[in-house]
Write a protein that binds this ligand. Structure first.
Ligand SMILES: CC(C)(COP(=O)(O)OP(=O)(O)OC[C@H]1O[C@@H](n2cnc3c(N)ncnc32)[C@H](O)[C@@H]1OP(=O)(O)O)[C@@H](O)C(=O)NCCC(=O)NCCS
Length: 243
């Protein structure tokens, strides 16, 4: 039990650049309080104390601003940075080493009762190990976000996300593939921070190449042709419009 708590705290220190000590996590991190609360309410839920579990869960929601349904299944070393506004639904499943930022919803889009009156259907997403979900993202429906995938801030995810993919936008689309299993704060790959000067030079290089290709094509189009239709000039030339 203490080993598990220690693991949770250490995972938070490792993943939050602002965290300095275990004491700071234990006293100041709503995510730590919410997750500890969830571990207790899930225990009650599994043993059939459903109303008590929901009631205690509501107290933790008032205290932390994080709503985790006691029926949800959550793996080890789960971290919610900042936390306020996070909602995790009853049938959500979360693997190990998953990170959420504030304002994330793991929500449903369909009712829990089907047309035959059958209750308890899965209606919330499954997040596999190592997934990182940016602030304000909404993941809605009973599909899977595969291992080490990253969801951009404010994305609305409505269908399965492949392993290692980064998705952004509404509805979310893949913009990057093959993230590895190393954690990177905010989902932004280490050593791959956007450098505006490098990007501008890259863009300039692409434009110069396009222009060069265009000039070569124009020169080839304007080259004089021989009787048999062959190009006779050593080098093609451009005919000015005033000629
Ligand atoms: C999605 C994310 C993980 C991608 O990081 P990345 O792999 O470094 O990707 P890039 O920054 O190179 O972006 C790739 C493309 O997606 C776009 N993009 C990135 N994040 C986006 C977002 N949240 N919404 C819409 N588009 C986004 C970029 O503009 C870029 O588009 P382009 O190729 O047309 O220029 C990151 O941008 C993100 O949103 N992280 C969550 C951060 C967060 O929640 N912080 C809160 C901390 S309190």
């Amino acid at each position: 039990m203490f080993k598990l708590i220690r693991q949770e705290i250490d995972a938070m220190i490792a993943r939050d650049p602002a965290a300095r000590s275990r004491m700071e996590i234990a006293l100041c991190y709503p995510a730590f309080h919410a997750i500890m609360g969830y571990r207790g309410t899930h225990w009650l839920w599994q043993r059939g104390f459903r109303v008590t579990a929901r009631f205690v869960s509501q107290i933790f929601r008032w205290l932390t601003g994080i709503e985790i349904h006691p029926g949800a299944q959550i793996g080890k070393r789960f971290f919610i940075d900042h936390g306020m506004g996070v909602v995790i639904g009853e049938t959500a499943e979360i693997g190990d080493d998953v990170t959420l930022y504030q304002g994330v919803t793991l929500g449903g889009t369909s009712p829990s009762v089907n047309s035959d009156g059958q209750r308890g259907l899965k209606r919330h997403p499954t997040l596999e190990d190592g997934v990182i979900v940016g602030s304000g993202a909404q993941i809605l429906g009973p599909f899977t976000v595969r291992k080490n995938a990253r969801v951009g801030g404010n994305a609305v995810v409505l269908s399965e996300v492949p392993e290692g993919a980064t998705v952004v936008g509404i509805p979310a689309k893949v913009v990057r593939q093959e993230a590895d299993d190393r954690f990177c704060a905010y989902g932004t790959p280490i050593g791959d921070l956007p450098d505006p000067v490098a990007r501008a030079l890259e863009e300039l290089g692409r434009e110069v190449k396009d222009l060069r290709d265009h000039v070569v094509k124009l020169e080839a189009d304007n080259a004089p042709v021989g009787a048999a239709g062959d190009v006779v000039a050593d080098k093609p030339r451009i005919v000015a419009s005033s000629e």
